[in-house]
Write a protein that binds this ligand. Sequence first.
Ligand code: FES
Length: 393
Amino acid sequence: MSKAELIAVAKDRLEHYRAGTMALGDDVFRVPASDYFDEDRFRLEVERIFHRLPLLLAPSAELPNPGDYKAMTVCGTPVLLVRDTAGELRGYYNSCSHRGTWLTAEGTGNVSRLACPYHGWTYDLQGNLTAIVSEGNFGDIDKSQYGLVSLPVTERAGLIWCTLNPDSNVDFDAFLSGYDDLLANFGFESWHLFESRTLRGPNWKIAYDGYLDFYHVPVLHRTTFPNIPSNKGNYYAWGPHQRLVFPDVGLDEAAATPEAQWSNEFLLDGVWTVFPHISIASFDGGGRGVMLSQLFPGATPGESFTTQYYLMENQPTDEQREKAHEQFALLKYVVETEDYETGLRQQRALESGARDHVLFGRNESGGGCFHSWVKDIIEADDQQLPGLFQTRP
Ligand code: FES
């Protein structure tokens, strides 16, 4: 599970810690302000990023048992994730082969088969059409040709990725660039989903910029995270995916401890972003947990939606449950009231034409890296796209 790579990052952090430095990018990075509100640019991002790349649609903890399903609309596409009777995760368009309606409303549940609510056609969990109501009167069709449309799905490290294009030529391994091996060190496949909720926010990139940024923490979050005085962040990239860690906070103990005794929590701390729309950050309210934030563009450039999943390593006791609730409530306030309200004001100012471009300093190089990937992906045609993930670091 690539523990050696985690140790290499930890050693690099400790070098910066001892030297009082941080990892800096090569130069200040500029992003055109219109990238955050231009309608054509927004449409390209949705089509070329969200409709072509693997998206992390759920933690495995949301569908732990055979028959568990999750129906959701992702950038306009109805998706149905199902764990089949053998425990294998499957992905389909949530659309009946008869006249196309949703097989099930958005949400989660458990079923032994998928029955369409319109005329009652049924499918097994492997997506095969198994029964047509009044089949003798319906007329001859080959049922084997009318199963559900499968979407590419993979389940790794206790996380589920799905691609909205059934004919995608983007390879999961190349796209993930080994990042899934690192995430596997969390052991999410045995974690529990404690709570989830969805928040409305600004343009999806304005929202995502905030997850890639420690520069703002001691300013915007000075009262909610008073124990984090640092605004420094080191970025480590695997393909388009970036991990962000403090080079100067929480390292005293590790610096005084032999490498062999470094804890998993230390080796995995910080923020793990999964391109193009996920952030995973560790917290300790009521026991070891993470908040997995999943962003999607809304219907317009100025709107996004974020589902926050609070995952816990162990089922909490009653006392831990209360603390976990408090932690999760604080995270709602931090993101909704501090980050996204600030982001919505940024959105309005940029839409007004007040600025030509925005800046990412050498100390926030992860933002530049993210926006470079966005630009390169939307400029790549379908033939060029897979090559991006084999040639970039
Ligand atoms: Fe599903 Fe008719 S639309 S059975």
